[in-house]
Every structure is written in structure tokens, then in C-alpha cells.
Ligand binder design. Sequence first.
Ligand code: PMP
Length: 284
Amino acid sequence: MSICYVNGSYEEKTSAAISIQDRGFNFSDGVYEVMSFSGNSVINFDKHVKRLSKSLDSLRIKKPLSNYKSLELILKKLIKENKLDKGFIYLQITRGSCSRNHLFPKLSKPNIVIFTFTAKLDKKFILSGVKVRLTEDLRWKRCDIKSISLLPNVLEKQNAFEEGMYESWQTRNDLITEGSTSNAFIVNRNGFIQTHPANNFILGGVTRDTLIEIAKKNKIKVVEKAFSSSDLFLSREAFLTSTTAKILPVVKINKKNIGNGKPGQMTQALIKMYNELVKCQIHE
Ligand code: PMP
């Protein structure tokens, strides 16, 4: 049994349903969030809620819940009902259900679906690092909205998998924007952490923002400036961040080693610091 939340009711996940007139289904007209939890605590909840609110406002979708305290209560109930001590939450809000027409519906209410899931990260990825390929960024110019329209991301993740790699890093005019499912970082030749600025060409990752905060707190210099493929090949270290993968060392790009082809020291230190911070958010 797995219990999910659909528009106010708690239902069995495999039989829960939503209208075929849902605008998410017809137009990808919706947004989503993926959060991680441990015990009863949703990690980085405030940052996820802030991004969700920004995504909804950008698409002019009404907020289905009156406040974020009620959302937190729903998430905690789902965690409890599903008897999971660790895992992830998927939340999706669409503009609602109505007969198919590109124009916004006048009367429909947003549809909200929330479910929990588990995903095991291969320990090898953390210990030995992952391989990444470079590819052209084919996406639109509002990648800052966490839209459910994910076709380019799906295709590039699949291409990476088929080439024996973990991720595709996308480039615009030879500047690395971000991965298909994660944010991209290097430790540059000066020893500074460098990543694309949080503008409309990337999703402002919650893990990205948290990592930047941790680095700054520990007096590690962070430069939010896009880096090129040659900066990448000359970098000391590379890594990626996402809610599901946390921080993963990147040791090879397009078959070329980064540094000595092993997870770098700075990356390993950041992984430790990040894990400590997550531990502090867990209140059993
Ligand atoms: N960029 C993209 C395109 C993503 O899909 C994700 C994961 N949802 C991220 C970055 C990382 O964001 P977060 O750290 O909030 O999971």
C-alpha cells in the first residue's frame, strides 16, 4: 500500500486518478517539486516552498492550499502513512481540469497531487564519482520555472544513460548551464567554486543554493559566473548537485578526466559539510 494525496483526499497510489482533461496532461501546464525527507523532517522545506511559490506565480497558477503550514501537515501525514523513514516527496500542481483550450480556464481549480517514493543512490557514485557528457541546451528561456514540461531533460538523461554516463551537462554558446537533472559546478584553476548564475537559463536548485551557503560560511570563495567547456577541462574538480543525488563528484567529461580522474578534496569536504547540515534539520 502506498498512500498519495489527490485534491484533498488520501488514496491508494496505484488506483488514484486524475481527469484526462487535466491541463498538465494536455499542455504540461503545471509545476512540480521534489523534496527529500528523513524521519518526519522535510529537508530544506522553506527553500522548496519559496521556489514552488515562484514557479506558480510565474505561470499565474493559483495556490491550491491556503498556506504552507497546511502543506507541511499533508507531507508529514503522507510520510507517516507510508511508514518510510527516508525517501522523497513528489508534488505536482497544474492549472486544473477543463475542456481543451489553450486559453486559461475561467472556473477550474488547480489540481494537486503529492506522493512519496524511494530511490537508492549507488554508493559507487559518491565514492568514485560519475561521468558526464556535454550536449547542446535545447530548452526554452524560462528554465528557472520548475515546469513539468521536461522533454529535453528526459531525452538528454536517456542519452547519457545509453552512453554509460550519469548525466548530460547542457551548453548554451559554449557555456555550461546545468545538467538535465542537476546543477553543474567546478572548482576552477584558482580554487574557487564556480557555477552558472541563478537566472532564467537554469533551475535555481535548492541543493545548489544550500551548497553555496555552506561554502560561504566556510570561507570558500564562490563565483556565480558561467564557465566554458575549456574552463571545465582545465578545472581542478567538478561536481553536481540535486535533491535526489545530493552532491556527486564528476570525474570524467566526454571521456576526459577532470583533475586526476578521482573525486576531489574540496568536493569530498563539501559532501561532508552538506551531510552535517542535513543531519541538523532532522528532528525525529
Ligand atoms: N536542474 C534541473 C534541470 C533539475 O531537474 C534539478 C532537479 N530537480 C536540479 C537542477 C536540482 O535542483 P534541486 O537541487 O532543487 O533538486
